[in-house]
Design a protein around this ligand. Sequence first.
Ligand SMILES: Cc1cc2nc3c(=O)[nH]c(=O)nc-3n(C[C@H](O)[C@H](O)[C@H](O)COP(=O)(O)OP(=O)(O)OC[C@H]3O[C@@H](n4cnc5c(N)ncnc54)[C@H](O)[C@@H]3O)c2cc1C
Length: 478
Amino acid sequence: MCRGSGTLHDGPMTQIFDLEHTEHTEPDLHVGYLRDVLDGEIVVPVDPHWDEARVAWNLSVDQLPAAVALPASVEDVAALVTYARESGLRVAPQGTGHGAAALGDLSDTILLKTERMRGVTIDPESRTARVEAGTIWIEVVEAAAEHGLAALAGSSPDVGVVGYTLGGGLSWLARKHGIGANQVTAIELVTASGDFVRTDWANEPDLFWALRGGGGSFGIVTAIEFNLFPLSEVEAGILWYPVDRAAEVLKAWRSWTEDLPDEMTSVGRILQLPPIPEIPEPVRGQSFVVVQAIWSGEPSEAERLLEPLRALGPVMDTVGPTPVAELWRLHMDPEGPAPGSGDGGMLDDVDDHLIDLFVEHVVGTPILSAEIRHLGGAVARRSSQHGAIDSWESPYLMFAVGIAPTPEARAAIDGAVARLREMLAPWEAEHTYLNFAETRRKARALFSSASYHRLRRIKAIIDPADLIRSNHPIPPAF
Ligand SMILES: Cc1cc2nc3c(=O)[nH]c(=O)nc-3n(C[C@H](O)[C@H](O)[C@H](O)COP(=O)(O)OP(=O)(O)OC[C@H]3O[C@@H](n4cnc5c(N)ncnc54)[C@H](O)[C@@H]3O)c2cc1C
């Protein structure tokens, strides 16, 4: 594989490492040199702000890396990768830590947090965005909305754009425009060798393919560019029903999803809201079955399409005109770091029996939210232009999560989620979605067989020593 031109470790730093190179079997944390050369920061366990530095967005994950790096530039990233390689350490890139639960033991690893590398540039002419590594979705959504454009953002305002997109990226517009990874036009990264590479259709097309859905195993992404869509308002909102009607409402919702235009995306969901101040008064401490619906087609059509759900008599109905820049509120995700534990899987079918089991194993358990997202449409369509996730044939995706502020709470939620997944196992698809897998899965469970083998071959070329570690690693093919 030929490399891009800007080899950032050519220069004084490489010379120092070449002169002083030794084989390390234990992590070597002589970071004085890095402190001199980095514009950003390196934090080690003896530093007073160690606990602050190592925290993940998911507060239930206790990250104990060898060091935390907070690079401020591409040059910093290259220096850190080279340092890690020469010191016998590995590097785990992290944008926010939304996906930290599956990372595992970090004791031989520098946790490279990209949160200081922020920036969004919108090009209204080409309808594209360029964002730096640590950018979060709300920053892109708001910048794009100023030009009447929409990004394929997910449900949460502060998920990292890079981590989300490398893993696939399931947005409220996915049935219309496909997953986010397949709308990427270029990705820049520092590879395990310390080289800076720009990948796109013409440069390093294999690596470009792997990055679009294969996750964070292939290098430290420093910037990403992707398409935007002319859309400033949708019809969106939530239909709320009493939780004791959960089976009836979810069955009606499932039937309704069977024949919908691609412009309609929806979620059937059970919410068991705790009595905490973060939850708004009218629903605090109560349980509901809800349908969240987003319609990006002709506004007048929404009324007709939603009629069967409204005929069920929701106790609250908030569906109406919604600016795209406000869509992140729809799913009521936490607006900052939170302790959570959950897991999910793709479903090959959702029939009445599954819904009965789903309701029985969610209602009354510590699960806060158990949702079934409707897929199909553009995410089910194949294209030779797509990356490592070509298409998902499974028509639905399940995810269940609870609040886990203590180990006891976490154990209770994990038990409930594991039981739910066990009950739904006969319907669970062979492959699941990387970004919704919060427990470690074998890489072959996340990709089609052809993609899995191709990803492993590319990993073996770009990072044979497995220096870069992802929350869902691709092992090099040997
Ligand atoms: C509340 C919540 C809501 C969510 N909603 C959605 C949704 O609607 N749709 C959806 O598809 N997903 C959703 N997700 C899942 C989310 O997309 C994944 O957790 C994703 O990995 C988060 O990316 P991050 O960068 O924020 O997290 P991180 O934990 O920082 O990163 C996750 C992984 O991404 C890779 N990565 C991150 N940055 C880089 C980089 N610079 N270079 C290389 N690799 C990198 C690494 O492998 C890392 O382990 C949600 C998650 C949460 C917690």
